[in-house]
Design a protein around this ligand. Structure first.
Ligand code: BGC
Length: 428
């Protein structure tokens, strides 16, 4: 069954609007479900909470731990099925359309705010389209993350005798070998499915290029998913995996980031929310750590747009709170402070065009420059691992095959490629 129908069927079993009483206070309260729970992520979301509370609303925090958001999505579905969706929730990419098709999102609550604040001209069309359903905004985009980054501790590199950041896969392996020989963990990595697939998609991009990535992970083309380039990408993935932290099974991404920050590991392949942990540890980009594109992906940008959807609610106070959140989120001040803490870049075009003026660091300036340049060349592609390219059902199929492949010592790349296609086809 198509995932939209699956979601709708589950939800129609329940009464849709058994709305729980909101906390009584003068301006109303709004519950926000999100998965920003690491130290750095929390520092970022606390900025929004403080701004909304300053405006007199009560922020009910619906944080659900679990990087990548799979647990939060499960919680959200059961809340919706129980007829008790929160006022606001972090949902991304094509899933926004699926949720909107169930009728549970509110296409009216953001209308005036979007018009008054000129969202159509503030946002790139690609960004705006992601958060619109039938022409109406059903979500507010918060920030833009890039996935294909490599995070490096330069002091560890120096100790291991490595003089520069790798720019090819071969240089990456050479650096990893030196790190290993010097007694460091070459690649900090938590073996959770979404983290495995974060590495997988960066390797696919490196080996197959932008066109190959798009055909395989966005268009889900059979030839691209099973062909020789995918087999090569899977072969490289297996090699990359040999350098992963042996203690990383099931580890959270931020605990692995801490190993690079504390000088136990040399590198981590992770989206730029990893920077939030470096920022929290008071480290400076370009000095205490390096952010470089994953080798072979300099001319591409796998994007991931965090957004907050609004669910229909009866309580008028909630609508006011939802609107206040939306207005704050796209405000210049929030865009700057949140992304500075979170490691992302703003969604506003005017800010992306002048990052230095807003005091963003070297990593963020590079990200914005690449985002704008890659948007022109086609190098800007949606992340599969972070819900931007496919529905959650298809993403789940990728996650299963990729994680099994990484963990099965006998797995063959050609066989895994066939399994990828079969699993994706069944999930469509
Ligand atoms: C989200 C980020 C979050 C990361 C780790 C990504 O999918 O877009 O906002 O920091 O997961 O949880």
């Amino acid at each position: 069954m198509h995932s939209t129908l699956r979601l709708a069927a589950a939800i129609s079993l329940a009464s849709l609007f058994s709305l729980s009483a909101q906390a009584a206070d003068s301006k109303g309260s709004v519950e926000v479900v999100h998965w920003w729970t690491s130290g750095g992520e929390k520092a970022a979301v606390d900025v929004l909470k403080a701004q909304v509370e300053k405006d007199g609303f009560t922020w009910k925090d619906g944080a659900v731990a679990g990087g990548g958001g799979a647990t939060a999505m499960t919680v959200l579905k059961s809340r919706a099925v129980a007829g008790n969706p929160p006022g606001v929730a972090q949902i991304k990419g094509p899933d926004i359309q699926d949720w909107a098709a169930t009728g549970l999102l509110d296409p009216d609550v953001l209308k005036d705010v979007a018009k008054q604040e000129n969202w159509d001209s503030l946002l790139d069309k690609k960004v705006a389209d992601t958060v619109k359903y039938d022409g109406d905004y059903v979500a507010v985009p918060v920030n833009i993350h890039r996935i294909n980054w490599l995070w490096i501790n330069p002091e560890v590199f120096k100790k291991a005798g490595i003089d520069k950041a790798p720019t090819t896969l071969d240089e990456f392996y050479a650096a990893a070998d030196k790190l290993k020989a010097a007694g460091f963990i070459p690649l900090a990595h938590g073996g959770q499915p979404w983290q495995d697939s974060t590495v997988f998609e960066s390797v696919v991009l490196s080996v197959m290029g932008v066109d190959g990535y798009k055909k395989a992970l966005v268009d889900l083309d059979e030839n691209a998913l099973t062909g020789p380039e995918m087999v090569k990408a899977l072969t490289e993935l297996k090699k990359v995996a040999t350098y992963m932290d042996p203690d990383g099974k099931g580890q959270d991404w931020n605990l692995e980031a801490a190993k690079v920050i504390n000088g136990k590991a040399g590198m981590q392949i992770m989206g730029d929310w990893a920077k939030s942990e470096w920022t929290l540890a008071k480290k400076t980009a370009g000095k205490d750590y390096q952010c470089v594109a994953f080798p072979g992906t300099e001319k591409a940008f796998l994007y991931n747009i965090d957004s907050l959807v609004v669910f229909k609610q009866k309580d008028k106070g909630t609508a006011a709170g939802q609107q206040d959140i939306a207005r704050k989120v796209l405000g210049e001040d929030f865009q700057k402070v949140f992304s500075t803490n979170k490691g992302s870049i703003p969604v506003r075009n005017d800010m992306l065009a002048d990052m230095a003026k807003h005091g963003f660091d070297a990593c963020a300036q590079t990200a914005a420059k690449d985002f704008l340049a890659d948007a022109k060349t086609g190098g800007l592609q949606p992340s599969m691992a972070h819900n931007m390219a496919t529905t959650l059902a298809v993403q789940g199929a990728f996650f299963d095959v990729v994680t099994n492949y990484i963990n099965d010592p006998k797995a063959e790349p050609a066989d895994a490629a066939k399994k990828l296609y079969a699993a994706v086809k069944a999930a469509k």
